[in-house]
Design a protein around this ligand. Structure first.
Ligand code: SF4
Ligand code: SF4
Length: 105
């Protein structure tokens, strides 16, 4: 019966050789549903930005005025390169400004 290797003989694994290399892993390709954000329904509460596990919600310094004339200094947008379509943002949004729709290629 072959003897087992000691832990000192096992090669190192899980090394991160290049910091921030996870940006090359575009997790958006996993998605079956995509979140669609309705800017006029968004009250800029930040909850989607806080809860997104990727994070794939971007908080951008882009002014936006709603059709009713409400002015905001920031805009939330979704980075579809990394959004996995988990739907958490849609669940936490208090105004239902984010709807999940089927992903079509
Ligand atoms: S669906 Fe999930 S991964 Fe995509 S933006 Fe919403 S919370 Fe983030
Ligand atoms: S959770 Fe909804 S209302 Fe709040 S910032 Fe996100 S999209 Fe806007």
């Amino acid at each position: 019966m072959a003897s087992l290797s000691s832990w000192k003989e096992i090669p190192l694994g899980g090394l991160i050789k290049e910091p921030q290399s996870s940006r090359y892993n575009k997790t958006g390709s996993w998605r079956t549903e995509r979140p669609v954000l309705e800017q006029d329904a968004c009250i800029r509460c930040t909850l989607c930005w806080v809860y997104c596990p990727e994070p794939a919600i971007l908080e951008l310094p882009k002014p936006y005025t709603t059709k009713k004339g409400i002015k905001y200094n920031v805009t939330y947008e979704i980075n579809y390169d990394y959004c996995k379509g988990c739907g958490i943002c849609s669940q936490v949004c208090p105004t239902k400004a984010i709807k999940m729709v089927p992903e079509v290629s």
